[in-house]
Design a protein around this ligand. Structure first.
Ligand code: AHG
Ligand code: MN
Ligand code: MN
Length: 347
């Protein structure tokens, strides 16, 4: 018999979190509890997604979120589930969510942590059985414990994240997270109701041959991005774009590739949100050996000024991100030399 078939099922997420906590003698267990709360809400949302077609929870909710995007019923349900789990868990004082206008106070004034969450990413794919996800970042509050958290607690640099992760509801459901000591992935076993460690210490390939971008926006990309896309085509790269950031990111993380959501005419700052999407995935990709920039600057060093701030995103295998930046710099240099030539003529 194949030896592998007889292997034990493996380490559960709970046990893994507990073991990691033991590595830090002064850890209080609060962050561990918080991660478990998120995993629990993820299981509940997973159940709802799996049955969406049967429970009449597909389709639009009939309202727009603060960013003017149409909310789907499952966006709203997932938002409620995660906020409820974090409120009941007790470790989080304040939450910011892509689906909510302002900051949310949980009432747990003793909670040391702040969470930023995109409860359901890939809304346009909900009704068509395509992978979607949840994205979350955890920060330690700056304000004193014993009162509500503040906007300042929520608008911290990405470099200050203490943990970041996502749950992908796909052909199987997985939770992938980092606390700054590498990235680990856990696959959900629905019949046991547990996440099991399936992808220990994920490292992203240094380079790859997949590029992921909404090429329908081609006409409104900058020349640098257009030239990079031509380079990908000249080199026979594969285009892969699901339209759920989590799913596109997850594939590229494992296989090697680059995901781009650059500025477009419609979205001059890009479409993706710094606090709920970009910083989170930036922390994960860096921990896996990759890179994340806005085409020029490191994502995790961008100063957040507002909760729903958007920024362009180039993320993935380090050599591929470098290549994109090379094309963008070449475009800047070309623009500078045109300006210089024009000034020379005028003088
Ligand atoms: P959300 O569903 O949380 O609003 O995020 C949607 C995002 C992201 O998941 C995806 O990569 C991107 O929107 C797709 O945008 P386009 O349809 O413009 O390509
Ligand atoms: Mn999203
Ligand atoms: Mn969303």
């Amino acid at each position: 018999m194949n030896d592998k078939l007889a292997l034990p099922v493996g380490t559960t997420l709970d046990r893994f979190i507990m073991r990691k906590q033991e590595d830090f003698p002064f850890a209080t267990g609060e962050l561990s509890q918080l991660l478990r709360d998120i995993a629990l809400a993820g299981k509940i949302v997973n159940r709802e997604i799996n049955r969406a077609g049967l429970l009449n929870v597909t389709g639009a909710h009939g309202q727009q979120n603060v960013q003017g995007e149409e909310q789907q019923k499952l966006d709203v349900i997932a938002n409620i589930r995660f906020i409820r789990a974090l409120r009941n868990g007790g470790e989080v004082c304040t939450i910011i969510s892509e689906e909510e206008d302002g900051i949310i106070q949980t009432g747990n004034t003793k909670g040391k942590y702040v969470v930023a969450i995109d409860p359901l990413d890939g809304s346009s794919n909900i009704d068509v059985n395509v992978s979607i996800g949840t994205i979350f970042s955890i920060y330690r509050r700056i304000s004193e414990v014993g009162q509500d958290g503040t906007e300042e607690d929520c608008l911290q640099l990405g470099t200050r994240q203490v943990a970041a992760g996502y749950i992908i509801y796909g052909s199987s459901t997985m939770m992938v997270y980092t606390t700054g000591c590498g990235v680990n992935g856990f696959t959900y076993e629905p019949s046991l109701g547990e996440f099991f460690l399936s992808h220990p210490d994920i490292r992203t390939p240094k380079t790859g041959a997949i590029y992921s971008i909404n090429e329908g926006n081609l006409n409104s990309f900058s020349d640098g991005i257009k030239n990079y896309l031509r380079y990908c085509q000249d080199n026979n790269y594969s285009a892969r774009y699901i339209g759920s950031l989590v799913a596109d990111f997850h594939r590229n993380l494992l296989k090697g590739g680059v995901y781009l959501y650059p500025a477009t005419k419609k979205s001059p700052n890009g479409k993706l949100r710094l606090m709920y999407e970009c910083n989170t995935l930036a922390f994960i990709i860096e921990q896996a050996g990759g890179k994340a920039t806005d085409g020029n600057r490191r994502i995790m060093e961008l100063t957040p000024k507002e909760l729903h701030q958007r920024c362009p995103l180039v993320i993935g295998s380090p050599d591929m991100v470098d290549k994109v930046e090379e094309f963008l710099r070449a475009e800047d240099l070309a623009a500078e030399s045109i300006v210089k030539a024009a000034n020379d003529v005028l003088q």
